[in-house]
Design a protein around this ligand. Sequence first.
Ligand code: FES
Length: 573
Amino acid sequence: MKDEKKLRSYDWFGKSDKMGFVHRSWLRNQGYPDDYFKGKPVIGICNTWSELTPCNGHLRDFAEIVKRGVVEAGGFPLEFPVTSLGETIMRPTTMLFRNLASMDTEESIRANPIDGVVLLTGCDKTTPSTVMGACSVNLPTIVVPGGPMLNGRFRGECIGSGSFNWLIKEKQSVENYTEEDIHEVEIGAARSQGHCMTMGTASTMACMVEALGLTLPGAAAIPAVDSRKKVMAQLSGRRIVEMVKEDLKLSKILTRKAFENSIIVNAGVGGSTNLIIHLLAIAGRIGVQLHLEDFDKIGSKIPLLANLKPSGKYLMEDFYYAGGLPVVIKELKKYLHNDAITVNGRSIGDNNINPPCYNQDVIAGIDKPLQENAGIAVLKGNLCENGAIIKPSAATPSLMKHRGRAVVFETMEDYHRRIDDPGLDIDEDSVIVLKNVGPVGYPGMPEVGNVDLPEKLLKKGVKDMIRISDGRMSGTAAGTVILHVSPESAVGGTLALVKDGDMIELDVEKRKLHLDISDEELKKRRAAWKAPEPMATRGYVKFYIDHVQQAHLGVDLDLLQGGSGSEVTRDLH
Ligand code: FES
């Protein structure tokens, strides 16, 4: 009885009063025997399954496998759905709803008789949203990443999901791809369950949670349809019951060391720039001090080891067969905090002592990396007082130091209207500036920063140009793309003041992004600037616009920072 009292769920199921009766009686309609209400740890299985989130379409079945593990370990599994965010379906962008989904997760966990949580995640935002929500409650929590799809296939070649999208315009206008060609790609790119199989944002998020210590070792890269993924799900179900008994809460795992490890590992795998805003938001929820500058300080000198698209050659299936994330963690051990604790109670160093690498073309050794200094660079300057970022491993080396003439698009619609106008005054040295795609301006900070180049330049053979915006870029994309400019243009950042023909200077080595106009001129333009009309006047979107923070702070809502713990002081009535 003493042990039972320690469980949070005892407050619901352990009492012999009227409310104890109410809490137990209605659940009994599912057919649970008496002993389920007598001191078994209740494990909430937080499921982001949805038919509208194709990447998470298999998670309904996965929940049953997790339950198997929970029951084996003596727990009482209860699955619940939370808002799921389908990257390729939702409009205007899933990022607008990440914080909403995190609120749903947080309140669903806290309001229910849950002692420990399993997060079933997959598509890009479903991992950070659920982890953010869980952090604000701070119960023992384990993540089961749903896993990538098998490699895409097209005419005997491997193709990466996501990465091909960005080439369609070029394929059609330069290589004369027909509609039938594109249709064939469409079918072959997504040929199994799972999320994008490039090192895009979903794979980055899976690696992020493994590096943070929130998954069992080796979970991130296992393809969704590999039977070993099911084993991982079952073992995670077993382990969460033990974590409840050990009171191994999120705050014990998510220390500053864990966040630093995640930044280092992300550089090693060439992960998505989206890691920055999600990791900042997660740190803000769990109360760890993490700043945009840390990504540069901690990550930029880390070598690139994983040869994965979009910057490299292979896909996640190959990564798994080569040894997966444990190999990268082992290779990076001289940079990592190897004593950081993980969900299995062991340190990340102990979990990854000597995993074999089966293919050094896919995962390079630390003594022969694919690229030195591969992490994200944080830029500063009058064009981005609070920072902007660039992923050097995805950029063109010759453009890393550049001075060019701005060609400005006020909105995404303006860009679409004019980019292929043959009369547009633009050449390969120009700098494309895209405004009003930030957290407030779009709203929701969509993945549009890597806009296509003008058709007339593609036809000339131009492959890359500098593009600057306050938006994000898909983790599956590449190019010399400067993103997350903060403050954004819609709130009066300097980006809002750039005009066609202004000269812009980029120097990645010096971390500098500069708008070359005089201070007087800048002052004059600032005084004349008018804020755009707000994008919503009611509902969640209005609430979001009123409270969302800028990119350098993680784009969380200001009033969601921190946590409220797991206690609920008032009963039903
Ligand atoms: Fe879901 Fe890429 S669209 S992971």
